[in-house]
Ligand binder design. Structure first.
Ligand SMILES: NC(=O)C1=CN([C@@H]2O[C@H](COP(=O)(O)OP(=O)(O)OC[C@H]3O[C@@H](n4cnc5c(N)ncnc54)[C@H](O)[C@@H]3O)[C@@H](O)[C@H]2O)C=CC1
Ligand SMILES: CC(C)CC(=O)C(=O)O
Ligand SMILES: [Mg+2]
Length: 363
């Protein structure tokens, strides 16, 4: 029995809807296992721009630092798209990741047996299941590199971003990925563009230098264009994929086509210190925001990762994962994972179903 402070950042679009359902699950876990989760909501993204004029208020960052773990919904939306990059909602999330030094983003893409038909891939490709862990570098690369910016008058406009990594950054994400592979099927695929980019050549060199320290792990390298193709051609060939910030962002969204919906994929953003951050891999889905249509399971599975990686509560994490597996096995579906003619639940009903399953498993 323990008390934990969880800093919750609902954000924009579907963010508040999915966060509410995830909070309900956390409360239910607290009841079941005798923990107290003290949850406070703080503004980030567009919501923070509207109330505080900035996408990451200092008070939000401070509240995160003082918490045991952070749970985020999503940020961004058309309302703020015309703002300059430095004060857009997405900048708030980037600044949060950087501010908490969360350099490793774990994005598991697992297909639930009952959702094989929701996969966009041919049935024979997903028949034996899919279980890929994308380890994405999160605080470096082109999202943060300098110089960046725009200049020039119309007719002569230029814009630039810089992809830069130093070897320390590559080594620490590499170590974490090798260690993750040791806990799984011991296969690590490092994805880069070393046939064109010097930054990728350094990335590949450092991965090769690390390999002898992990003799039980088989390391292979793959160019990102081929990896994008292989991921849908034969996803079973991958166990752990380690890659840079931009490539990992793209490949993990692509992995969502395998599992049926991006509404199913959680993530954990980790650093060397606590707190860590947990969020679905999807965005704020403005097209369905406020309509009770969002799938809350990616965020609920992120609560599972929060319990496991953020708080070290393995049994509690297993309970969340099992309750989600149960509702899927029961045939409950939000619109994004429903087959033709299947009944569709809203975001609230799906969240409530997970809470019910937790209760039923306890009884
Ligand atoms: N971590 C974050 O906060 C992220 C924020 N964004 C922001 O989100 C906004 C929208 O970006 P998009 O490119 O449209 O990506 P998105 O991930 O928000 O949506 C892509 C598609 O997936 C659907 N979708 C996403 N989550 C879903 C869920 N839980 N249930 C059912 N369907 C779901 C959406 O309806 C949409 O059709 C932008 O402002 C973008 O910058 C994008 C990615 C990550
Ligand atoms: C800053 C985010 C909008 C980048 C992103 O798409 C993600 O982390 O998935
Ligand atoms: Mg993304």
């Amino acid at each position: 029995m323990a008390t934990f402070t969880i800093c919750c950042l609902p954000g924009d679009g579907i963010g508040p809807e999915i966060t509410t359902e995830a909070q309900n699950v956390l409360t239910a876990i607290g009841r079941q296992f005798g923990h107290t989760f003290t949850m406070t909501d703080e503004p980030i993204g567009g919501a923070a721009i509207d109330t505080h004029g900035v996408p990451l208020p200092e008070a939000t960052l401070q509240a995160c630092r003082e918490s045991h773990a952070v749970l985020l919904g999503a940020v961004g939306g058309p309302k703020w798209d015309a703002l300059e990059t430095a004060i857009r909602p997405e900048k708030g999330l980037l600044a949060l990741r950087k501010g908490l030094s969360l350099y490793a983003n774990l994005r598991p893409a697992v297909i639930f047996p009952e959702l094989k038909e929701a996969s966009y891939l041919r049935p024979d490709i997903v028949a034996d299941g899919v279980d890929v862990l994308v380890v994405r570098e999160l605080t470096g690369g082109i999202y943060f590199g300098e110089p960046r910016g725009r200049e020039g008058e119309p007719g002569q406009r230029r814009a630039m971003n810089t992809m830069v990594y130093d070897e320390t950054e590559v080594r620490r994400i590499g170590r974490l990925a090798f260690e993750a592979a040791q806990q799984r099927d011991k296969r690590l695929c490092s994805v880069d563009k070393a046939n064109v980019l010097e930054v990728s050549q350094l990335w590949r060199e450092v991965m090769n230098e690390l390999a002898p320290s992990y003799p039980d792990v088989t390391l292979e390298h793959m160019y990102v264009d081929n990896a994008a193709m292989q991921l849908v051609r034969d996803p079973k060939q991958f166990d752990v994929v380690v890659t840079s910030n931009l490539f990992g962002d793209i490949l993990s969204d692509e992995a969502a086509t395998i599992t049926g919906s991006i509404g199913m994929l959680p993530s954990a953003s980790l650093g060397d210190e606590k707190p860590a951050l947990f969020e679905p891999i999807h965005g704020s889905a403005p097209d369905i925001a406020g309509q009770d249509k969002a799938n809350p399971l990616a965020t609920i599975l992120s609560v599972g990762m929060l319990l496991r990686f953020g708080l070290g509560l393995e049994q509690e994490a297993d309970a969340v994962d099992a309750a989600v597996a149960d509702v899927i096995a029961q045939g409950l579906r939000t619109g994004d994972i429903a087959g033709p003619g299947e009944a569709v639940l809203g975001c609230r009903a799906m969240g409530a179903a997970v809470v019910d399953r937790l209760q039923a498993r306890k009884d």
